[in-house]
Write a protein that binds this ligand. Structure first.
Ligand code: ADP
Length: 294
């Protein structure tokens, strides 16, 4: 997985801050975050051999993030520790209503640029999952991965301007979009026009599940009914779960799409039941949840 690696501080508040900035903090906790890191940790939890490409600062938070990733079983050989860099801190402010506000700046998590990646970076990868990062880096990685015979997925996260990412989108074998992103990338006709080269377009509908569009038809899953407290990171958990199931020895396995969709919805739903972005379930938890459903 390639993209942002942060330190996340989740603050539970009575209500989102009013214009005077007033909100009562009821609880807080901190953990490693960033969409690429979340996805990598989830993938490892599903039994996938996962590696992270991203960057942190050489401060205390950076060391904590690196240690958490390693403890989760993620290969950190490609995690760049930026000298004198400051690890990006994101504040996830979660109101009792379920509304979320994300504060904080990009810092060391933007350090990996297109010149920092080459054929060697992706040489051992069967698949490259791209998330929030500089468009030029995403585009270069997508091309390098395709040249190396690896499949590519792209989840733009919260920073999509479709024009910036069009070259990445065109190369992606799997594209993950939420409703807003789907409208921006694909236009209102998206249901019939997957733009990726023969690949899959997965459109997420929050509590209402998700749809996978393929070149020959589409599959729907209505989602799972859970008590959601914080959906931050649900998209990362969903993407990791989908990839863990749909990728076979020869790339995307068309026979596994429906199962991957169900599994991914379970991952997203379970991630929504606890606070913070690093809340994806591992394989035994997802399997137990799915067994309980039927
Ligand atoms: P993103 O977080 O990328 O905007 P969504 O909010 O659509 O994407 O969430 C991703 C997936 O997580 C959904 O497709 C669904 O499977 C699951 N999910 C999200 N919110 C809920 C919820 N409130 N209840 C059950 N599942 C949810």
């Amino acid at each position: 997985a390639a993209g942002h690696v942060n330190w996340d501080v989740t603050l539970r508040v009575d209500a989102l801050p009013d214009p005077d900035g007033e909100a009562r903090i009821e609880s807080q906790h901190a953990a490693g975050g960033g969409s690429a890191a979340n996805a990598a940790v989830s993938l490892a939890g599903h039994g996938v051999d996962a590696s992270i490409l991203g960057s942190v600062g050489d401060d205390e938070n950076g060391l904590l993030v690196e240690r958490e990733l390693a403890e989760a079983g993620v290969d950190t050989d490609r995690l760049r520790v930026v000298d004198d860099g400051e690890t990006s801190v994101k504040y996830l402010v979660v109101a009792a209503s379920g509304q979320v506000m994300v504060l904080g700046n990009d810092g060391a998590n933007e350090a990996v640029g297109p010149d920092d990646v080459d054929a060697e970076t992706v040489a051992d990868a069967d698949h490259v999952h791209l998330t929030s990062q500089r468009p030029e880096t995403a585009t270069r990685l997508a091309r390098l991965a395709a040249d190396a015979g690896a499949t590519v997925s792209f989840d733009p996260g919260r920073r999509l301007d479709a024009r910036d990412f069009s070259a990445t989108i065109e190369r992606a074998d799997v594209l993950f979009l939420n409703g807003r992103e789907a409208a921006s990338v694909l236009g209102s006709e998206y249901a019939n026009a997957p733009p990726t080269r023969g690949g899959l377009v997965v459109v997420k509908h929050g509590a209402r599940g998700a749809t996978v569009h393929t070149a020959t038809g589409s599959y729907d899953h209505p989602g799972f009914d859970v008590d959601a407290v914080d959906t931050t990171g649900a998209g990362d958990a969903f993407a990791a779960g989908f990839l863990a199931v749909v990728l076979g020895a020869d790339g995307i396995d068309a026979d596994r799409i429906e199962r991957a969709l169900e599994y991914a919805n379970a991952c997203g739903a379970l991630a929504a039941t606890s606070e913070g972005a690093r809340t994806a379930p591992d394989r035994p938890e997802v399997e137990a949840f799915l067994d309980d459903q039927y």
